[in-house]
Design a protein. Structure first.
Length: 348
């Protein structure tokens, strides 16, 4: 089977230049990392509650994985209206909404401010910026506008990390380590580029063109697996289901072993994957009979680098899958239609 002509598919279907935004991923990170925030919020926090939905929520999940690996405080992700019942002002609120108008996030921010909380927001404007600018207990950091939230992960997550580094919640790598990491990510990005790269993604994507997709992640790569599934959902208009090892070996492995002939499996692992989990992946790749299976070894000299590598490969995989199925990866009619409907329905 010949590799898809992605240059022609790009011209025909990528109406909002998703590929262009994806090529800027590493530069977006560099710009965000270079911010001199100098935040003066000195508190003995119990933890960080990350508010966000969709593409704006992904960064909180990545922060949580980093904190579980080497942080000193818990990060909890909240993807709903309001706040959890246990929340108190001793928990810092990190609220992210790319548009600034995500209604679930705004609801939680208003609740937090009413109850004496401190809120740091990240947005490209909108109501979130207005609310936090008008509050003595709020601060809103601006990121560039003009693209789909799911394509702005470099801006979003880079700024979230910059906040955590500035507050001392997570340890900032040295400038040299950051520069080396960014150079390696840039090299990986150029190789993965579906038009200008080395073509290694083409056969992988072609193999999953029309079949079900399961994503099995090692524990530390769980947020990357969730984001890959979400990117495939949004960019490719396809169902994809993320599960995590070792948990899935205690339940979902059963149907995979019995009914997976017409399915595809993508495994995500890193240099930091537990050796026993590596053995589980090796067994599954030998014994689970699926149409295709791929092990994506998420390279990196740190967990941060491995997660960023996985996030960026997710972008390229999902865009390529959209294009070979003749889909505009920026299209999201169902989300727009739902938001339009909700705008006409009064809250009670």
């Amino acid at each position: 089977m010949a590799d898809p002509d992605f240059a022609s598919l790009f011209e025909k279907y990528d109406k909002s230049n998703m590929i262009g935004f994806t090529r800027n991923f590493v530069e977006d990170l560099n710009v965000a990392f270079a911010q001199d925030l100098d935040l003066e919020i000195d508190r003995d926090w119990s933890g960080i509650l990350c508010l966000g939905m969709g593409g704006s929520a992904a960064g909180g999940m990545f922060l949580s994985s980093l904190a579980e690996n080497s942080g000193g405080l818990p990060f909890v992700i909240w993807q709903d209206y309001g706040l959890p019942s246990w929340w108190g002002p001793d928990w810092l609120i990190l609220a992210t909404s790319y548009s600034g108008n995500t209604e679930e996030t705004l609801d939680g921010v208003r609740t937090a401010l009413e109850e004496g909380g401190i809120v740091i927001g990240i947005s490209s404007g909108g109501k979130l910026e207005e609310i936090l600018t008008d509050s003595e207990d709020g601060l809103c950091l601006s990121i560039p506008s003009g693209q789909m939230p799911r394509s702005a992960f470099g801006h979003i997550f880079g700024t979230q990390l910059a906040v955590c580094w500035s507050l001392g919640i997570l340890s900032r790598p040295s400038d040299e380590n950051l520069e080396n990491m960014n150079n390696r990510l840039l090299s990986a990005s150029k190789s993965a580029d579906i038009i200008e790269g080395d073509g290694h993604l083409s056969s992988m994507v072609a193999g999953m063109k029309s079949q079900g997709i399961g994503i099995v992640s090692a524990g530390e790569m769980k947020p990357a697996g969730i984001r890959l599934a979400n990117q495939i959902n949004e960019n490719s208009e396809r169902f994809a289901r993320p599960v995590t090892l070792p948990e899935m070996n205690h339940n979902e492995i059963i149907p995979w072993a019995r009914h997976a002939e017409s399915q595809n499996l993508i495994y995500l692992a890193s240099p930091f994957t537990n050796n026993r989990t590596v053995s589980r992946i090796e067994w599954m790749m030998k014994n689970i009979e699926v149409t295709n299976s791929w092990l994506v070894e998420c390279e990196g000299e740190s967990l941060l680098e491995s997660l960023l590598y996985a996030a960026h490969m997710s972008d390229w995989i999902s865009i390529a899958l959209a294009l070979i199925n003749e889909i505009d990866p920026s299209q999201m009619d169902a989300i727009i239609g739902l938001k339009d409907y909700l705008s006409k329905v009064s809250s009670k």
